[in-house]
Design a protein around this ligand. Sequence first.
Ligand SMILES: *Cc1c(COP(=O)(O)O)cnc(C)c1O
Length: 406
Amino acid sequence: MDQNFTELNPNDLPTESGHFGIYGGMYVPETLMTPLYELNQAYQDAKKDPDFNQTLKAYLKEFAGRPTNLYFAERLTEYCKGAKIYLKREDLLHTGAHKINNAIGQALLAKRMGKKRIIAETGAGQHGIATASICAKFGLECVIYMGEEDMRRQALNVFRMRLCGAEVRGVSAGQKTLKEAVNEAMRDWVTNVRNTHYIIGSALGSHPFPMMVRDFHRVIGEEARSQILEKEGRLPDEICACVGGGSNAIGLFFPFLKDKDVRLTGVEAGGRAIKNGEHAARFVGGKLGVLQGAKTWILQTEDGQIDATHSVSAGLDYAAVGPEHAFYKDKGRIDFGYASDEEALNAFKTLCKVEGIVPALETAHGIAYAIKRAKELSKESLILCNLSGRGDKDVQEAARVLGEDL
Ligand SMILES: *Cc1c(COP(=O)(O)O)cnc(C)c1O
């Protein structure tokens, strides 16, 4: 643990060019520098504008359904015979995951900047659906880039986006998944930046996105912090969340950063095994590199080419981790672990069985860790885990992997 951590003021981060220590930054084509600076300026202005904040709050309440419950998982606690487990119910939000917090925030910002066209990338489809929904609500033109392999696996989500009026454009390059969809969205943005805003779906990419996406998800941690104080009269001993790009985790963790007695743990996807191409645990198998705008921990080959990744959950299946997580890992403020495909599937089944809650497969990685950790801790301890999304989208894939007929 870095002794000086509590003297850092997290609100002062990142620097003007978006560096979290050595991480982050703006590694983009020159044509994007001006629009990114404009976006940053617009965001900094909006952040200080009471009208913007009030409107944002109203949509989070009326459209998305905030605040979400902090739920005592009584039967899961009994099952673990250890620490008391609380779940932050982001799965109860409109469109089924935390993604809508950021989609609403950035769509409002786009409106403020006078941009009438929205583009986004999506992997499993959760971010695409959140973006398509808010664009329908605001009457904004919406184009979603999605790898053709993901379109095949998530056909229902493609239809859902189209129902909401979005155009879904398939991407056939490379592995035909999320990374290629991001490349295609960036290409579109460079060409159409005058009338277009690119809503990135996680705490990734060039400055100001990691910071801005984090800020739109901070509400998760702010609510959770006051809810646990109200229910238990104290802060939890540990909080945990799954980490793909890292948006649900940083949103939950950020308001607890200065509470030095609260342990923060991010859970990456361990996949089939910690071997090249078989997992997405960047802090275990990765190295420092640059991908899609930011310097961070990345899974790569000896030559520095981006490595293939695997996870049972599409939302964690990405070669880079959000730069702010890399920064706090170095500071010793956030710990990272991983859950394998098998551990996540077991946690998925357990939560269904003992609580009647079907979590997303991404979320199940965080739950797997919470179960393991609760068993190690005493009954007086408190664990708070983010239930980042619901698993309706995953039941078919879970049935396939678990070898059951639907
Ligand atoms: C997209 C997604 C994730 C992973 O993204 P983060 O940016 O790491 O939060 C996790 N859980 C759910 C339910 C998702 O939809």
